[in-house]
Design a binder for this molecule. Structure first.
Ligand SMILES: [Zn+2]
Length: 338
């Protein structure tokens, strides 16, 4: 046998009745049928149960107390609160815009709009406009109405949301669905006006601000796209000191020459030099510019020094000579980096 705890389902009680066309709280009326109240939803007579054990509440004199009546009564009471008090806390809002530039960097701008408390002098219930009926329409701004929707169990549906947004209406929703069941009348009024969660369904002013943010972000992206990636300055091919050389690279190897039928060694160093534009007896140099490659024989002893360099690099070459065949040729014996 399972030992199940007794669970008592706590249902919300009917706390509001209708009396002389006003929604009244249970605390405001006499006990019993003397309360002279009707259900705000189904209009049947109510009894005020103000005993000592249970929370004070209304009950239908005949028939059953349905949850629908409780929800409708709270909805009507919340509307009445706004109509009477003519003030409300607006929802806060966070606006943002973002875009990504060509370099893959994200640009983001956000704007937090604080929850402002406003007052209004004019207010209507059930205004039909742009294809939908508002719970309450207040007129706090010039040329801009504020629709206030109250959610007890049903949120503003998609159709109404779209109609409000399409007609550039200002619409907010106050969410009473999580309201605690045993709040006093004063606490419920405080919740409706200020404390209960609320959010924007449609706000053309905020949409305009968001467009502005988007424009600012797109300007940042445009500027970032215009920026060229930093140019890597190529190392100049002219050494800073005229006696030095700008070393471009080297090549070392060995091979066999079928023509001379013998092995050979290759050990070369390459540097840049200004193009030599001198004319000779057989050549008249007419145009020149830039650099040309100069090649040196290299002594094997300095190969180790070359392996860890990154080229081009300015070096001082220590020259010597070696016998090649029957004559002496210049050779790089050593080099010093700057
Ligand atoms: Zn009812």
């Amino acid at each position: 046998m399972t030992n199940q705890p007794n669970t008592i389902e706590t249902k919300a009680e009917l706390l509001y009745g209708k009396k002389d066309n006003q929604i009244v709280h249970i605390s405001e009326v006499d006990s019993g049928l003397e309360c002279d109240c009707f259900c705000p939803a189904c209009n049947s007579p109510l009894i005020a149960r103000k005993g000592t054990i249970r929370t004070h509440h209304f009950a239908h004199h005949q028939g059953t107390d349905s949850q629908a009546c409780v929800e409708t009564a709270l909805h009507l009471f919340a509307k009445q609160v706004l109509m009477e008090h003519k003030k409300v806390r607006l929802p806060e809002d966070q606006l943002s815009a973002e875009a990504i530039d060509h370099h893959g960097k994200k640009h983001l701008k956000t704007l937090l709009i604080n929850a402002e408390k406003i007052e209004f002098t004019n207010v209507d219930a059930e205004v039909f406009r742009a294809g939908y009926r508002s719970d309450i329409t207040a007129y706090p701004y010039e040329n801009q109405n504020l629709d206030i929707e109250i959610c007890v169990s049903h949120k503003v549906d998609l159709d109404k949301q779209e109609k409000a947004q399409r007609s550039h209406a200002c619409m907010m929703e106050i969410d009473l669905s999580a309201l605690e069941k045993d709040l006093s009348q004063k606490q419920i009024i405080q919740a409706v006006l200020y404390d209960a969660p609320r959010h924007w369904i449609s706000n053309p002013l905020h949409r305009a601000l968001e467009k502005q943010l988007q424009a600012e972000v797109e300007k940042l992206v445009f500027e970032a796209n215009e920026e060229q990636p930093q140019k890597i300055e190529s190392a100049p091919l002219t050494p800073k000191k005229p006696d030095n050389h700008m070393l471009l690279g080297f090549k070392v190897g060995h091979g066999y020459s079928p023509r001379y039928q013998k092995n050979f060694e290759l050990c070369k160093l390459y540097t840049s030099r200004q193009v030599v534009s001198t004319s000779t007896r057989n050549l008249t140099c007419s145009h020149s510019g830039g650099f040309e490659l100069e090649e040196f024989d290299l002594d094997e002893n300095c190969i180790g020094k070359l392996e860890h360099l990154s080229f081009p690099i300015e070096v001082k070459l220590i020259m010597g000579s070696k016998l090649h065949g029957r004559k002496f040729v210049p050779v790089v014996l050593d080099l010093k980096t700057m």
